[in-house]
Design a protein around this ligand. Structure first.
Ligand SMILES: NC(=O)c1ccc[n+]([C@@H]2O[C@H](COP(=O)([O-])OP(=O)(O)OC[C@H]3O[C@@H](n4cnc5c(N)ncnc54)[C@H](O)[C@@H]3O)[C@@H](O)[C@H]2O)c1
Ligand SMILES: O=P(O)(O)OC[C@H](O)CO
Length: 334
């Protein structure tokens, strides 16, 4: 492995483990940080993360540890793959251990509750790193499909194009094709808001509605995402790309999506608490919908689908009422 890029992946859930596999398959020397010793030991001994990716064989070269200092030692790429709402706390503990010039790559698709900050903003704030050291990876990347080496593309955004290109080279494999972009705001918003729209699509699915409803939600969801992005300085073309439309379509259509599945259970009549009890995995849109709506309100951007999701998830509105509210809005031009 002499000369290989050293990467640390912090967070051994579905996507962290999958992306660690991608990096290892691309030739990087990768250490994956897990919180639980039994999980780290099982990944190393059995080459499997049975909790999150049962049946997926992990590369021999992939190491796992619970020791963050060990994972971060000598890493030139540090990958952050924890739930968005716990990033600040996790990163505060990891910051003293970060190698000074390492690229900090966010895999997360959420907006922070209370601050309405994007993940790259949280990373800069907590670590003191300059914005040009922070990158985001976002696209139609359902973890299970990538772990099974089904071909897919993604976007790596960084204000520093050279850094984005270096990360691109570090994770390019026969089944995973990253493109570079410099639009952080667009890529991060695309990833965070699509989870909210996927919740709405799930609710529609759970209520028994079909493809017309889903296509309408996807299209109008993209419209409200792009409106917000435009107000926040994103490039509109980003929303027509992999981190926008690509991810939105994949997440809103796939039974593998946790957000869509969460919404589906709400649409079938389960309460928020019942659905939360039924899964251990992160459905980011449930918490991010509120800060996304707050961003919209702060910038004078109408986000009716996001608002409906907030009302169903957090204000006790039923799925049937949600449909009524969306469909009885004032008629307007597209
Ligand atoms: N799973 C996917 O298909 C996928 C794809 C692309 C992006 N993402 C994004 O990647 C991020 C991570 O998602 P994931 O799918 O790996 O999530 P997950 O729920 O599968 O795993 C989360 C991981 O974070 C760890 N963790 C650390 N601190 C935690 C805390 N305080 N609370 C809870 N867990 C904590 C958990 O132990 C676990 O290993 C999310 O923002 C998600 O939107 C996921
Ligand atoms: O399972 P979800 O809903 O978190 O979506 C996973 C990925 O973000 C799809 O790109």
């Amino acid at each position: 492995m002499t000369g290989a890029v050293r990467a640390a992946v912090l967070g051994a859930g579905s996507w962290g483990t999958t992306f660690a596999k991608v990096l290892a398959d691309a030739g990087c020397a990768v250490t994956l940080h897990a919180r639980r010793p039994e999980l780290a030991a099982a990944i190393t001994a059995d080459r499997e993360n049975a909790d999150y990716l049962p049946g997926v064989r992990l590369p021999e070269s992939l190491r796992a540890t619970t020791d963050a200092a060990e994972a971060l030692d000598g890493a030139s790429v540090v990958v952050l793959a924890v739930p968005s709402q716990s990033l600040r706390e996790n990163l505060t503990a990891w910051t003293p251990l970060l190698p000074p010039d390492a690229s900090l790559l966010s895999l997360m698709k959420g907006i922070e509750l209370g601050t309405t900050k994007r993940m790259s903003e949280v990373i800069c704030e907590v670590t003191g790193a300059g914005a040009d050291r922070v990158a985001v990876l976002s696209g139609p990347n359902l973890a299970r499909e990538i772990a099974e080496e089904q071909p897919a593309a993604t976007v790596i955004a960084c204000p520093d194009h050279q850094r984005a290109a270096a990360i691109q080279a570090a994770c390019l494999t026969a089944y995973f094709r990253p493109y570079t972009n410099t639009d952080m705001v667009g890529c991060e918003l695309g990833g965070a808001v699509k989870n909210v729209i996927a919740l709405a699509c799930g609710v529609a699915e759970g209520m028994g509605f079909g493809d017309n409803t889903r296509a309408s939600l996807i299209t109008r969801g993209l419209a409200e995402t792009a409106r917000l992005g435009s107000a926040l300085g994103a490039e509109l073309t980003t929303f027509a790309g992999l981190a926008g439309l690509g991810d939105l379509v994949a997440t809103c259509s796939s039974p593998l999506s946790r957000n869509r599945t969460f919404g589906e259970k709400l649409g079938r009549g389960m309460s928020l608490e019942e659905v939360q009890r039924s899964t251990r995995q992160t459905a980011e849109g449930v918490k991010s919908c509120r800060p996304v709506l707050e961003l919209g309100l702060a910038h004078g951007v109408e986000m009716p689908i996001t608002e409906a999701v907030v009302r169903v998830c957090h204000e006790g509105v039923t799925a049937a009422q949600m449909v009524k509210e969306i469909m009885s809005r004032e008629a307007k031009a597209e």
